[in-house]
Design a protein around this ligand. Structure first.
Ligand code: MG
Length: 433
């Protein structure tokens, strides 16, 4: 078998790793209850979603077809109907990729349930009498109502900001309409729902059209999603993409102003985010890398907000998967309350960072050795690699999930301090790989 569960469902090249046959069998294995099915705008999503629907219906459970829908909307539907959710997407990966994300009751399924899906898949197709396919047209408006409950609609309606929205995928069916209903003047870019107009990942290189559109329209700012709209990237009024850590820190500040409590982020989270949490009376809690861990910890600890610097944010009042659409509405609110995003962003000072990688024959043994020899002052976390948070710096030593590599990531207030902690970490890693 060529495929396996990654950090977020399964992904691969369409026609090679990911086929309609696989979608049929996996959806059948997953369907122990009714399942709602959505997809992003990739062409290969159509045969995959029909195959997945067939897999669900042949199991004897009800399939709820959502058509093109953002991942957070499929999560919302699975919460509303108390059923499974299946999203056909390869998220920010290129157009030739596709995949499946499995959800249940508003969140991604656990490792234990992934194992169960694999076991049932191994046992072959299960058959039952199908009650028939349903289509639900009411999910988008109900989801929009949920988002509206989480922002200050009066403030936005009064300010009427001008926003360019670059969806390039499933967000096109929700975000521009939602922002218009909130009172924004919306300029839509790449909002067709056939394929992609730019690569899916909302990074600087891929957002040059958005940047120039924001400038030429004189917009207040710009918003971009990835193909399944669980991510949200922000471009300020000058057309500059916000630094990912600064973007996350801005949202952390907003959410803590709303309610004090725990903020969940992964071990790759920066000093800017940590200082924003602590400076605003919150408690900073770290999880392993991956939104599924952030969501799990949020649910367990009752935290007020969770996010990763990739533009993936989980909101207390929403679903327990990253929600790029709600994030878009929250940035609109932030702009209306606080003003120009370039000015807000300039208040954060980014620090020097180091990212290095070291080849190794045995990742597990190397990490065990490093655990004994890496000695740096500070609070030590070992949930996913080794992270040490010291005075004015943090260091993360972590084995790659897919390659025979140990990664060193570090950030410090000054270049001198960064060099000092990196040379200590480097020595421990070199002696172990
Ligand atoms: Mg995504």
């Amino acid at each position: 078998m060529e495929w396996m569960f990654g950090t977020s469902g399964i992904r691969g090249i369409y026609g090679k790793d990911i086929t309609p046959e696989l979608a049929l069998r996996l959806a059948n294995a997953f369907a122990e209850t009714d399942v709602c099915i959505g997809r992003d705008t990739r062409g290969s999503g159509v045969p995959l979603a029909f195959a997945a629907m067939s897999g669900v219906l042949s199991s004897g459970h009800d399939g709820i077809g959502l058509g093109i829908a953002p991942t957070p909307l499929v999560a919302f539907a699975s919460m509303k109907y108390g059923c499974g959710g299946l999203m056909v997407t390869a998220s920010h990966n290129p157009a030739e990729y596709n995949g499946l994300k499995f959800m249940r009751k508003g969140r991604e399924i656990s490792r234990a349930e992934e194992k169960r899906v694999l076991e049932r898949h191994g046992g072959g197709m299960g058959y039952g009498a199908s009650p028939g396919e349903r289509r639900r047209e009411d999910v988008i408006p109900e989801y929009m109502e949920l988002v509206k409950k989480n922002v200050d609609t009066e403030l936005i309606a009064k300010k009427k900001p001008k926003v360019v929205v670059d969806c390039n995928g499933a967000g096109a069916l929700v975000t521009p309409y939602l922002l218009r209903e909130l009172g924004c003047k919306v300029v839509s870019l790449n909002c067709e729902t056939r394929g992609f107009n730019r690569p899916s990942e909302p990074n600087k290189e891929n957002l040059s059209w958005l940047s120039s559109a924001v400038r030429s329209c004189g917009a207040d700012f710009g918003i971009a999603h990835d193909g399944d709209a669980d991510r949200c990237a922000i471009v300020d009024e000058r057309g500059e993409l916000l630094n990912a850590d600064v973007q996350l820190a801005l949202m952390v500040g907003e959410e803590l102003a709303r309610k004090k409590g725990k903020i969940i982020s992964s071990v790759e989270s920066s000093l800017i985010v940590k200082e924003t949490v602590e400076g605003n009376g919150g408690r900073f809690v770290l999880t392993p890398v991956g939104s599924v861990h952030v969501s799990e910890e949020m649910e367990k600890s009752g935290a007020v907000f969770g996010g990763e610097p990739a533009g993936e944010y989980v909101f207390r009042g929403g679903v327990l998967v990253p929600d790029g659409v709600m994030a878009a509405a929250k940035y609109v609110e932030l702009f209306c309350g606080k003003g120009k995003l370039s000015v807000l962003a300039s208040r954060f000072k980014t620090n020097p960072m180091a990212r290095e990688k070291f080849k190794t024959a045995d990742r597990v043994r190397a990490m065990e050795k490093i655990a004994g020899t890496l000695k740096l002052e500070g609070k030590r976390e070992t949930g996913d690699g080794i992270r040490i948070d010291g005075d004015g710096y943090w260091v993360l030593v972590r084995a790659s999930g897919t390659e025979s590599i140990i990664r060193l990531t570090a950030e410090a207030k000054t270049k001198e301090l960064l060099d000092k902690v990196c040379s200590k970490a480097r020595e421990a890693i070199r002696n172990a790989v």
